[in-house]
Write a protein that binds this ligand. Structure first.
Ligand SMILES: C[S@@+](CC[C@H](N)C(=O)[O-])C[C@H]1O[C@@H](n2cnc3c(N)ncnc32)[C@H](O)[C@@H]1O
Length: 452
């Protein structure tokens, strides 16, 4: 690993995060929709490379107690924390190891799922190649790797902003955020770089240092990534979240035009990246010797569904209402069809896939049930409680990390199932008087924070 990257991770702490697009409940759907019989993550062997302090992997290990999880990372202090967290909450199905991927020889492979989020674009070329080689050697025959990377199409316009901000940093010795604020003041409001600067500032200093301002940030075009994977005996299957195959904001007319000009899926996707200025992808890879079956729309009957909030107008009304009648749960698609038994199944399934492509409907490999009513004695699970006590983001039922203002954490930390709603409301009043407690608790419940 390059010294500058090592120094960055030694001296600054990477913010703990979970990543919904690298959740096997979602990437397994992407793989099955491509015709790969990937094992169910409920009973699987799952490895994360560059796992940091385990914020992505620990909630997955809690969710699937019969699966086995391994997380590796170069930085010993991150692995020490991950091990402490796992020990504190009594997780038995996870191990963390401090090791450089370049030297890692797994004892308990092969793996059904390999996750490398926030890794590929931020490591030297030798490590990128090692990652792809590792995936080919250690994926099970129908396993998948989820590898995220930055895209050249969107980063072309960001690089000049980074260079200018770096020059300011060097000239006056300030940090990334201050240099961007200075640049913002020097940039006309309607200049194209103004919105890039705003977007960077919105990321905040914790992320900027590791992403835009990282000593290595090497965005690639999709076709280069797919060829590199093929060179190592891996096949690209598309985005790990099927909702992300078509970037937001591309009109259906433009999609039709790009499709008609593209010879195959890859050139269509590359054209869309260029058109939309996309900055990031999370690709699914499998071994190039894995058999892919033909799939029909009936495959949706294997999945569970939920409507992604605020997207109702992009889903056929009857289908939207049928799925919403189960909200906030994600339920097996056959339950939805039972509600719609008078409708033509083929038509409904076609509408369902339209909703998936326009990112209104999420498919998951299994149902997720919880009530949107807060319990009388709110109880966070062991990891959420640990996070509340340590002021870390809490991961919701959809694997989305949620951060809170400092004053909210003592109230969250009291949600261990022993305190009644009224006691928590009183505590909230003293700790954070500005907080509207009842709506807040409802919001937490609606995100599945009290799911058993
Ligand atoms: C940008 S962070 C991403 C962390 C986490 N996966 C995420 O996306 O939130 C990259 C992680 O990869 C780790 N890493 C970098 N090079 C590595 C290597 N050669 N072997 C193992 N881990 C490495 C770093 O220590 C760091 O924790």
């Amino acid at each position: 690993m390059s010294d500058s990257i090592h120094e960055l991770y030694q001296t600054r702490e990477y913010p703990p995060m979970s990543h919904p697009s690298s959740d096997p409940a979602v990437s397994a759907v992407a793989a099955r929709m491509s015709g790969l019989a990937v094992p169910h993550p409920r009973r699987a062997s799952i490895l994360e490379i560059g796992c940091c302090s385990g914020h992505h992997l620990i909630p997955l290990a809690q969710r699937w107690p019969d699966s086995h999880f391994i997380g590796i990372d170069l930085i010993e202090s991150s692995i020490r924390k991950a091990n402490e967290y796992a020990l504190e909450i009594g997780l038995k199905n996870i191990q963390f190891q401090a090791v450089d991927l370049l030297n890692y020889q797994p004892k308990n492979g092969p793996f059904d799922f390999i996750i490398a989020h926030g890794f590929f674009s931020w490591v030297p070329d030798a490590v990128k190649a090692a990652l792809l080689r590792f995936c080919r050697e250690h994926l099970s025959p129908t396993g998948i790797a989820t590898v995220s990377f930055n895209l050249e199409s969107g980063w072309k316009s960001r690089q000049p902003v980074i260079e200018k901000a770096r020059a300011i940093q060097q000239a006056i010795g300030c940090d990334e955020v201050e240099s961007l604020q200075i640049l913002q003041n020097l940039t006309e409001k309607n200049h194209p770089e103004a919105s890039i600067i705003l977007d960077m500032l919105a990321k905040g200093s914790e992320i900027l240092a590791f992403d835009d301002f990282s000593p290595i940030n090497d965005p690639w075009p999709l076709d280069r990534f797919v060829s590199a994977a093929a060179h190592h005996g891996l096949r690209w299957l598309g985005e790990s979240n099927p909702n992300e195959n078509i970037p937001r904001g591309v009109s259906s007319e433009m999609i039709g035009e790009l499709k008609s000009n593209a010879a195959e899926a890859l050139s269509f996707q590359t054209a869309m990246d260029e058109h939309s200025g996309r900055t990031f992808r999370s690709g699914v890879l499998c071994r190039d010797d894995a058999a892919l079956e033909r799939v029909s729309t009936n495959i949706a009957l294997d999945f569970s569904v939920r409507v992604v909030s605020d997207t109702g107008n992009r889903v056929e009304k009857a289908l939207f209402e049928a799925i919403q009648s189960f909200a906030p749960a994600a339920v097996p698609m056959c339950n939805v069809l039972n509600v719609m038994k008078n409708d033509d199944q083929r038509v409904v399934l076609r509408q369902l896939f339209e909703g998936v492509h326009n990112a209104s409907i999420q498919l998951r490999i299994e149902p997720v049930y919880f009530s949107e009513e807060p319990p009388d004695f709110p109880k966070l699970d062991a990891f959420r409680l640990l996070c509340a006590r340590n002021q870390l983001p809490l991961v919701d039922a959809w694997h989305v990390p949620c951060r809170f203002p400092d004053a909210h954490y003592p109230v969250l930390a009291a949600m261990d199932g022993t305190r009644h709603f009224d006691d928590l409301a009183a505590l909230s009043k003293t700790k954070c008087p500005e907080l509207a407690f009842t709506p807040w608790l409802r919001h937490l419940a609606a995100r599945g924070m009290f799911a058993e």
